[in-house]
Design a binder for this molecule. Structure first.
Ligand code: ADP
Length: 395
């Protein structure tokens, strides 16, 4: 059976998924898994679509194992255990496509060079994405690989939603608002067309609330504005990231408090957000189990900030027809959804308490002027679909 693999390679983890192709060439998930703890004590686990564990390995002293080493382990295992599958392409999530790449691309050396040049725009993510691509080029030089960009969905948003109020020359050098989580939003736009085509043609805010969190304003399934900007640090409060912050704070930390740029980066990316405000955890599940007042304040701030940004995006859209929740928190935390929606009642959102406790997709009351939905995201599937489209164009 022909198959496509999706890879999402981050700083300390690699997520992977294998999709078998049916006679019509549609992908269906066969297996998937994760390598976590890269650089410390890696753990690789792979499961079938039915949840059966098919590979589970720990490297307790694996601090020296790179992404490339671990991908080789995965490949070696897969070659021996996945007979019956012929992998025709590997698709990758690549965080930054810059101003140049508005759609997925087949990877070659020239593209890799162009993507290398974008590393300064996403120094914490892009090098890991490219390392995985290069590792596979070494292992399987003839296997087609496809780059799917997190920025691409936002590429054609209006200029005003891209421009920062800084000197024009800097915009021309690429210092502008890009937006991220594009593969997730693209998937949500597609699913919404299946679930409620009329609504999909309207003014929608999609709320991707996971460890990273952002909102995307879509009109007719296309991005017109989003809360993340130049980097994935902007916008909403997140698990460990601060979201929008007065840039004066950054200057103050450096000029008055003597922090280095690296220390400020660590503070804003890793020690802020839910973790920083609660002082307990970045994980919403852990926070939900605590009754500390700092935790209540952290969750309140998270939901208030999300509602506030949704108000701003409603202005970008000129009104609102639907709000869609997705990702770990958005899909699973009814309390967070309810708190955000209650703050947006003035906009015509009426959440149905019973439906919100269930499985969706619609969780608003029948008379709610703005429809509210929960739609599970699937970035890996979007990568597989893009990879197949690129392969079809090739033949
Ligand atoms: P990312 O892909 O950005 O790493 P996820 O989309 O997996 O993040 O979201 C992680 C967040 O979702 C965490 O705060 C976690 O607590 C929360 N989450 C995940 N699953 C659940 C669940 N079943 N119930 C409540 N919260 C959940």
């Amino acid at each position: 059976m022909k198959a496509v693999v999706s890879l999402n390679s981050g700083s300390s983890s690699i997520k992977f998924a294998l999709y078998g192709l049916d006679a019509q060439g549609s992908p269906s998930l066969s297996a998937g898994g994760k390598i976590e703890g890269i650089g410390i004590a890696p753990h690789l686990v792979a499961r079938t679509v039915d949840g059966e564990t098919i590979f589970d390995r720990n490297w307790p002293d694996g601090a020296n194992l790179t992404h490339a080493d671990l991908l080789k382990e995965l490949f070696d295992w897969a070659l021996g255990h996945l007979d019956g599958y012929e992998v025709v392409a590997i698709g990758h999530r690549v965080v930054h496509g810059g101003t140049q790449f508005a759609a997925p691309r087949l990877i070659d050396e020239a593209l890799l060079d162009a993507l290398d040049a974008l590393c300064p725009l996403a120094p914490l993510h892009q090098p890991h994405n490219l390392a995985a691509i290069r590792a596979i080029r070494t292992l399987q030089p003839d296997l087609p690989q496809v780059a799917c960009f997190d920025t691409a969905f936002h590429h054609d948003k209006p200029l005003l939603a891209s421009r920062l109020a800084i000197p024009r020359a800097l915009h021309d050098q690429g210092i502008r608002r890009y937006g991220f989580h594009g593969l997730s939003y693209e998937y949500i736009a597609r699913r919404l067309r299946d679930i409620d085509p009329a609504l999909a043609g309207g003014r929608i805010i999609a709320a991707h609330l996971g460890n990273g969190a952002s909102l995307c304003a879509m009109r007719g399934g296309r991005s017109v504005d989003t809360t993340m900007g130049f980097t994935a640090l902007d916008g909403l409060m997140m698990g460990t990231r601060c979201g929008s912050i007065d840039p004066g704070v950054v200057l103050h930390l450096q000029t008055q408090m003597g922090m280095s740029a690296a220390e400020v980066e660590q503070l804003l990316y890793k020690q802020s957000g839910l973790l920083g405000v609660s002082g307990i955890s970045s994980d919403m599940r852990a926070l939900a189990a605590s009754d500390a007042p700092e935790v209540e304040e952290a969750i309140s701030l998270f939901t208030w900030r999300a509602a506030r940004e949704a108000g701003a995006l409603t202005a970008s859209l000129g009104g609102l027809d639907g709000l869609v929740f997705t990702a770990g928190i958005g899909e699973n935390n009814a309390d967070v959804r309810s708190r955000i929606c209650r703050r947006l009642e003035w906009l015509g959102l009426e959440i149905d308490g019973l439906a919100n406790a269930g499985h969706g997709p619609v969780i608003s009351l029948p008379d709610s002027r703005v429809k509210i939905l929960v739609i599970p995201t699937d970035e890996e599937r979007m990568i597989a679909l893009h990879s197949l489209t690129i392969m079809e164009k090739r033949t």
